[in-house]
Design a protein around this ligand. Sequence first.
Ligand code: GRG
Length: 298
Amino acid sequence: MATLESSAPHQAEAQHDLAAINQALDESLRLGPGCPDRLGQAMRYVVLGPGKRLRPRLVLMACRACGGDPAAALPAACAVEMIHAYSLAHDDLPAMDDDDLRRGRPTCHIEFDEATAILVGDALQARAFELLATRVAPEHAARCCGELAQAAGAEKLVGGQAADLCGAFDGATVDDLRAIHARKTGAMFIVSLRLGGILAGASEEQLTRLTDYARSLGLAFQVTDDLLDVSGDQQSVGKRLGKDADRGKLTYPELMGVDQSRQLVVELIDAAAAAVQPLGDAAAPLVELARKLQNRDR
Ligand code: GRG
């Protein structure tokens, strides 16, 4: 079974990053006395649950790839994970995907209640921007806030979710699906890489390379997400397609078939690797992570 954990030679670095991210998330969610206990507990439940921390890891890796100090990027790493975690908690709500399980545990509105799950999202968004505004180097703070706001806003994450929920997919093409996922999934990958680069003082050319990497990686991630749900036998394909069809959702395997979807992942991972190759040895962990994503099982 393949996970996204790194193997040698970058395993120690990956484990160090993961531990640093988890500790920073924990510390940044110790909220003051004004925060009601139940709200604080729910925020911690949503963020500190057993996620892969892929986006915050990408922040640190991009920072290192551009010669920066990853410790200085930790607040940005926490900020993107908080936005991601809020989006999952809201996506799980009855008004959206109506899911009972997330990260192997009851979703926030099941464990707590719907109003709390909504407020958790509101509070996590605010906390994410507070971290960026107050904890990263002042000369980069405004740009980081602006880029994260763009990625999380109506033209990207929220817009992609809204388009997905519309479900007017009769006659939709792979390009239509890509356009939704570029907003719903891709934008948060792109901003993760860009924040890491910005905090390392990366050049515009380096930022463009990180952006190209993230665009391909984000799409590959989405296609593998669809493929994970259909891996196994045709019966499970039918189940997943039936479920998504009920919800008016489209998947890559449904539109292109399983084999072509797998081929698309291979091409996207190659494109991601090629985008950061010119950054040299420092970008090797990004290439390694992309290759692992190709074979991920969760
Ligand atoms: C509610 C504004 C709003 C947006 C929701 C991200 C999203 C938009 C919905 C999630 C639906 C989904 C399952 C998309 C597939 C790709 C994806 C984002 C999977 C979850 O990300 P992981 O696998 O999760 O990185 P962990 O739990 O590991 O952090």
